[in-house]
Design a protein around this ligand. Structure first.
Ligand code: GLU
Length: 455
């Protein structure tokens, strides 16, 4: 059974990049009939906030991304202790005493010499006596995971293809701070083991984390850690998506703050966001597909490209209009102006880019409308229209047909003054649908008023 997870850190609101990761993991799970886990990565107690956890849940719910299980790292600290003990017992962890400043100086020196800023393992060389004396001085260590330089790191990435890393080119990661708190690297691997995660799909900014975590997985398995759970000692599959960039092709600050609130305020439907993000960065066409099952069925990692995916807000607007034009009355009745029925929605829907605009168009039906002043000719014509109005099953077709015969007008000269007199606008919804909604009495009154209105 396939299990995926979305693992946000509740240190802020979701932005379009996170939403995309969540969506793709959700689609992967739903497509395979598997499980999708929402995992709150809240080991950073200082920066994690409950209000963000709530907001993440609410945003996912608004987007229609449902989860089968919620986990949180702050409730799993005993598992990290156990993993820590297992790794420590097997010699894969070592205490370090450098201060942040010392590390920064060494990093700068390495960079200055044109060398990669890899941790030099100075603390690994400390003797037991030296370690004991540091601790006697009251210096608490932080802990690093010792990468095995002889163990080649390879995986077949679901998007990037075969990947290979030389462990010697990576720094041994700090997994635990001196105050005992956890950094991201090990808890995430422990969770993926405990939760039987089969597919890890995330942004390419995590590629080097994957390299490290593969060794952590293997070390945990070797230490017998996985045996405490039902998981077989298999690694999840990994796939890393190219990052999202702005329209200009740059990583944009704006994208980092663009989230559900902003979309909602702009009248963007969740389905438009889903339709865009589902296929952005893939070779599949981006279309206003409101049928989520169709999107899920077509989800395919092999269609993802390596180039950054460009997020274009104009695409989103275009998709939104396309989605709105498909929405059924039942689906959005509670968001429409009072009195607007299914016929009203049907008439007005093609003119909308956002549902919020329905009220403006509905005013054409309910009135009052502002009618422009017409010239004498048009007034006479509209006067004839008022006389010719007969209320059958298709009053607009009957009216225009009668006027064509009576006045020899056609095309714009026929339709425009009528539309203006009846709606106050020179464009808008189909008159054939609109006129029955306006109603006979009101339509006649509008025509008579327009016929009388002097310029
Ligand atoms: N909390 C991590 C993040 O938001 C999770 C990364 C992962 O998917 O493992 O980047």
């Amino acid at each position: 059974m396939i299990t995926t997870r979305f693992a946000p850190s509740p240190t802020g609101r979701l932005h379009v990049g996170n939403i995309r990761t969540a969506l793709h993991n959700w689609m992967l799970a739903r497509q395979g009939g598997g499980r999708f886990i929402l995992r709150i990565d809240d080991t950073d107690a200082a920066r994690s906030k409950e209000e963000y956890v709530d907001a993440i849940r609410a945003d996912l719910a608004w987007l229609g991304i449902d989860w089968d299980l919620e986990e949180r790292q702050s409730a799993r600290l005993d598992r990290y202790e156990a993993a820590f003990a297992a790794l420590r017992n097997t010699g894969r962890l070592y205490p370090c005493f450098e201060t942040a400043q010392e590390l920064e100086v060494r990093r700068k020196i390495a960079l200055g010499r044109g060398l990669p800023p890899i941790y030099d393992r100075a603390s690994l060389k400390l003797t037991d006596v030296e370690i004991a004396s540091k601790q006697a001085e009251g210096i608490a260590p932080h802990w690093r995971f010792k990468l095995n330089h002889d163990e080649p790191i390879m995986w077949d990435d679901g998007i990037r293809g075969p990947q290979k890393f030389d462990a010697a080119q990576l720094s041994d990661p700090v997994i635990r701070r001196a105050d005992g708190s956890w950094l991201y690297m090990m808890p995430s691997a422990v969770d993926d083991i405990d939760m039987d995660v089969t597919q890890v799909l995330r942004g390419e900014d995590h590629v080097s984390n994957t390299a490290v975590q593969i060794q952590i997985f293997t070390a945990l398995h070797a230490a017998g850690f996985a045996a405490q759970t039902s998981a077989a000692n298999a690694l999840p599959s990994f796939a890393h998506e190219a990052l999202l960039v702005g329209r200009e092709g740059k990583l944009s600050k704006r994208l980092g703050s663009l989230g559900c609130d902003a979309f909602r305020e702009r009248g963007i439907e969740p389905e438009a966001i889903i339709a865009l993000l589902a296929r952005l960065g893939t070779s599949q066409p981006i279309e206003p597909i409101a049928d989520r099952e169709a999107l899920v069925a077509s989800f395919d990692l092999s269609t993802f490209g390596r180039a950054p995916a460009k997020f274009d807000e104009e695409d989103l607007e275009r998709l939104n209009a396309g989605i709105v034009h498909q929405l059924s009355y039942e689906a959005i009745a509670d968001r429409l102006p009072a009195g607007m029925d299914a016929d009203g929605w049907h008439a007005i829907r093609p003119n909308l880019a956002h549902i919020g605009e329905a009220a403006d168009w509905w005013r054409l039906v309910t009135g009052p409308i502002d009618v422009p002043a017409f010239n004498e000719d048009d007034r006479a014509f509209i006067g004839i229209a008022a006389q010719s109005l007969v209320w059958g099953s298709n009053p607009w077709a009957d009216l225009t047909l009668a006027l064509k015969a009576a006045t020899q007008r056609k095309g714009r000269g026929l339709f425009l003054p009528l539309r203006q007199a009846l709606t106050g606008m020179d464009h808008g919804p189909d008159m054939g649908e609109l006129l029955p909604l306006i109603g006979e009495e009101e339509a006649r009154a509008r025509l008579m008023r327009a016929a009388a209105l002097q310029g």
